[in-house]
Write a protein that binds this ligand. Structure first.
Ligand code: ATP
Ligand code: MG
Length: 569
C-alpha cells in the first residue's frame, strides 16, 4: 500500500470523548470512525486488523471440525417467542417491524435461528455431534455503549453452536472449543485467562469466559495464588470465615439518629462492621425485594438477580424503598418488616450473631439481633462480591482481584433451546430425542481493542505480529528531491510485495518526523528507511517497533533480514 494513494486519516489530537487508550488510538490511527453511539465505520487500516483476527479464529474453528455457516442479522420474532426470549430479553433487543407490520429483531445472538436451522435439517443421531459457526454482525442496544468498539452496539462476533445426544459428547466438544480458544488467543499474542462465569441471558449451567488481562477491563476476576481457581467476580466465591462462638445477648433498640453510613453506625454502637447487617432494597423485574449483607460487604447484583430469578435488577430509588417498606432508607431491617416482601439473606449475614440492623422506624436500630430467635431466617444465598485477600474456596490459597476484558465465552446450554423449540433427532431405538447444545462466542471486534490495551506505548499501537495491518513500513526520506531515493524505494517496495511481506510505503512528500510518527502510531512491527546517505553507504536503516535503537543493515540481503525478523506467517 502506498500512503500517497491511501490516505491514513491519522491525527495527533486525542479525541475528547475517548476514555481508554485503545479507543483513543483506534481513532487517532484512523482505524475506525464513529457514525453514531456504538456504531462505527471500519476504515481500511482497521478492517485489515479485524480481518486478521477473523482469519485466525476461522482457522482454529475449522481445525476443530466446526463448519461455517452464515445466518441473517435480522430474525423473525416468532423464533424468539418460541424460545420465550421475546419477552425476557428486555431493551437490549432491537425490535423492528417490516412493511407488513410483522415483528423482527436485529440478532444479538443466534441460538434461536441455529436451533431452527438444525431442527429442520437434522434427522438422525448418526449426524451428531455437529458444530456450526459463523462470523457475523450482532446488534445489542447497550445501555451505555462506550470505549469505541470495545462495547459497541453493532459488533462482529464469532458464534458457534454444537449439538449432541449426550452430556459426554457435549463435554468433549466443549473441551475442544476451550482448547481452540486458548490457541486463538495465544496465536494473537495476548495475555489471557479462562475464568468461570455466569451464564446470563443465554442460559445453561457450565460456562467459562476468556479474559484479556488489562487494567481498563470492565470485569473483575478473582484468581487464586495457590491453584487454578479463577472466576468472574459476578460469581466468584471465597472460603467462609470461621463461625463466631458468641453467646446470644438480649436484643434491644438503640436510638441512632443522623446515621448515614455503616461505619458511623458501628462506631456509635461500639460494634465491628461485620456485626452490622445492612438491608438493601432492590427492584427485581419491577418488584421490590429486601436483601441482607454484612456491613462492609458489597451487594453483587448479578448474584442477587440469580437468587431472585430476575431478568432485570437494580437498586431501588429511595422513594421506591419507602413505598415498599414504609420505612426511610437506613432504618430498614429484618425484624418487624411488613409481611409479604421478598427477602434473601447472604450466607455471611445469615451467620451473624448479635448483629445490629434497622428497627423499621426512623432513627432506631436493633442491637443483638439473632436469626430464628428474633425473626425467622429468610432464604439464604451467596449475594456478596468477594474481596482481594480472602481465602480460595478450593484450596488454602488467597484470592487476588485483577481486571479483564471479556473476549470470549463458552457455555454448556443443555436442552434449553431444543426443548422450547422442539429440536429432536431419532435416536438409536428410533424414538425422538432432544439434542443437547453448547454455544461458544468470541467478540472479534472487541479483540482488536483488547489487543491495543495490552500493546501500546506513548507513540501508539504496537501490534502483535499476527494482527498487524502491515508487516513492514518502508519510509523514503526526501523522496521528492532525490531521484535515487525514489528509484531505490520503488524497487524495494516491489520486492517486498513480491516476497509477500505486506509493506506499507510512505511515499508522501512529508517531513521524516511526520512519517516516523505515523508508522509508530499505526503500530507497524518493522520499519526500514531509505535515504541518500544510506544509498551511498549501501545500507538501510532498520528498527523494530519495540526497539529503542536504529540498526544499519546492508541493502543487499535486506529482504532476507526482514524475512527472518518477521518469521513465518
Ligand atoms: P458483556 O458482559 O461484555 O456485555 P456478554 O457476556 O453479554 O458481554 P456474550 O453474550 O457472552 O457477551 O457474547 C460473546 C462475546 O461477544 C463476548 O465475550 C464479548 O467478547 C463480545 N461482546 C458482547 N457484547 C459486546 C459489545 N457490546 N461490543 C463488543 N463486543 C461484545
Ligand atoms: Mg459473556
Amino acid at each position: 500500500m502506498r500512503v500517497s494513494r491511501f490516505p491514513l486519516f491519522t491525527t495527533k489530537e486525542t479525541p475528547a470523548d475517548a476514555e481508554i487508550v485503545s479507543h483513543q488510538l483506534m481513532l487517532r490511527a484512523g482505524m475506525i470512525q464513529k457514525v453514531a453511539a456504538g456504531l462505527y465505520n471500519w476504515l481500511p487500516l482497521g478492517l485489515r486488523v479485524l480481518r486478521n483476527v477473523e482469519a485466525i479464529v476461522r482457522e482454529e474453528m475449522n481445525r476443530t471440525g466446526a463448519m461455517e455457516v452464515l445466518m441473517p442479522a435480522v430474525q423473525p420474532a416468532e423464533l424468539w417467542q418460541e424460545s420465550g426470549r421475546w419477552d425476557q430479553y428486555g431493551p437490549l433487543l432491537l425490535r423492528i417491524r417490516d412493511r407488513h407490520d410483522r415483528d423482527f429483531c436485529f440478532g444479538p445472538t443466534h441460538e434461536e435461528v441455529i436451533t431452527d436451522l438444525v431442527r429442520r435439517e437434522l434427522r438422525s443421531y448418526k449426524q451428531l455431534p455437529l458444530t456450526y459457526y459463523q462470523i457475523q454482525t450482532k446488534f445489542r442496544d447497550e445501555t451505555r455503549p462506550r470505549f469505541g468498539v470495545m462495547r459497541a452496539r453493532e459488533f462482529v462476533m464469532k458464534d458457534a453452536y454444537s449439538f449432541h445426544l449426550s452430556q459426554a459428547s457435549l463435554q468433549e466438544t466443549y473441551d475442544a472449543m476451550r482448547t481452540a480458544y486458548s490457541r486463538v488467543f495465544e496465536r494473537l499474542g495476548l495475555d489471557f485467562r479462562p475464568v468461570r462465569a455466569d451464564t446470563g441471558d443465554i442460559g445453561g449451567s457450565v460456562s467459562e469466559e476468556f479474559h484479556v488481562l488489562a487494567d481498563s477491563g470492565e470485569d473483575a476476576i478473582a484468581a487464586c495464588d495457590g491453584c487454578d481457581y479463577a472466576a468472574n467476580t459476578e460469581l466468584a466465591e471465597s472460603r467462609p470465615p470461621k463461625p463466631t462462638q458468641q453467646q446470644p445477648a438480649e436484643a434491644r433498640e438503640a436510638l441512632t439518629p443522623d446515621i448515614h453510613t455503616v461505619a458511623e453506625q458501628a462506631e456509635l454502637l461500639g460494634l465491628n462492621v461485620d456485626q452490622i447487617v445492612k438491608s438493601v432494597v432492590v427492584m427485581a423485574d419491577g418488584e421490590p425485594a429486601v436483601l441482607y449483607v454484612v456491613g462492609d460487604d458489597e451487594l453483587n447484583t448479578v448474584k442477587a438477580a440469580r437468587a431472585l430469578e430476575a431478568g432485570d435488577i437494580r437498586l431501588a430509588e429511595p422513594e421506591e424503598a419507602l413505598n415498599a417498606t414504609g420505612v426511610p432508607r437506613g432504618f430498614i431491617g429484618p425484624r418487624g418488616l411488613p409481611e409479604g416482601l421478598r427477602q434473601v439473606v447472604d450466607h455471611r449475614a445469615a451467620a451473624a450473631v448479635n448483629f445490629s440492623s434497622g428497627a423499621n422506624r426512623k432513627d432506631y436500630h436493633w442491637v443483638n439481633l439473632n436469626w430464628d430467635r428474633d425473626m425467622p431466617l429468610p432464604p439464604t444465598a451467596d449475594l456478596r462480591t468477594v474481596k482481594a485477600g480472602e481465602g480460595c474456596p478450593n484450596c488454602d490459597g488467597t484470592l487476588s482481584i485483577t481486571r479483564g476484558i471479556e473476549v470470549g465465552h463458552i457455555f454448556q446450554l443443555g436442552t434449553k433451546y431444543s426443548e422450547s423449540m422442539g429440536a429432536t433427532v431419532l435416536d438409536e431405538s428410533g424414538s425422538d430425542a432432544l439434542m443437547t447444545m453448547g454455544c461458544y462466542g468470541i467478540g472479534v471486534s472487541r479483540v482488536v481493542a483488547a489487543a491495543i490495551e495490552q500493546n501500546h506505548d506513548d507513540n501508539g499501537i504496537i501490534w502483535p505480529a499476527p494482527l498487524a495491518p502491515f508487516k513492514v513500513a518502508l519510509i523514503s526520506i526526501n523522496i521528492h528531491r532525490s531521484e535515487a531515493v525514489a528509484e531505490k524505494s520503488g524497487e524495494l517496495y516491489q520486492q517486498l510485495l513480491d516476497a509477500g511481506l505486506d509493506p506499507i510505503w510512505d511515499d508522501r512528500e512529508a517531513r521524516p518526523g511526520v512519517k516516523f510518527a505515523d508508522m509508530e502510531l499505526i503500530g507497524v512491527p518493522h520499519r526500514i528507511v531509505v535515504s541518500d546517505r544510506g544509498i551511498e553507504a549501501g545500507t538501510l536503516e532498520y528498527r523494530g517497533r519495540r526497539d529503542s535503537e536504529n540498526q544499519n543493515i546492508p541493502m543487499e540481503g535486506a529482504l532476507d533480514f526482514l524475512r527472518e525478523r518477521i518469521g513465518p506467517g
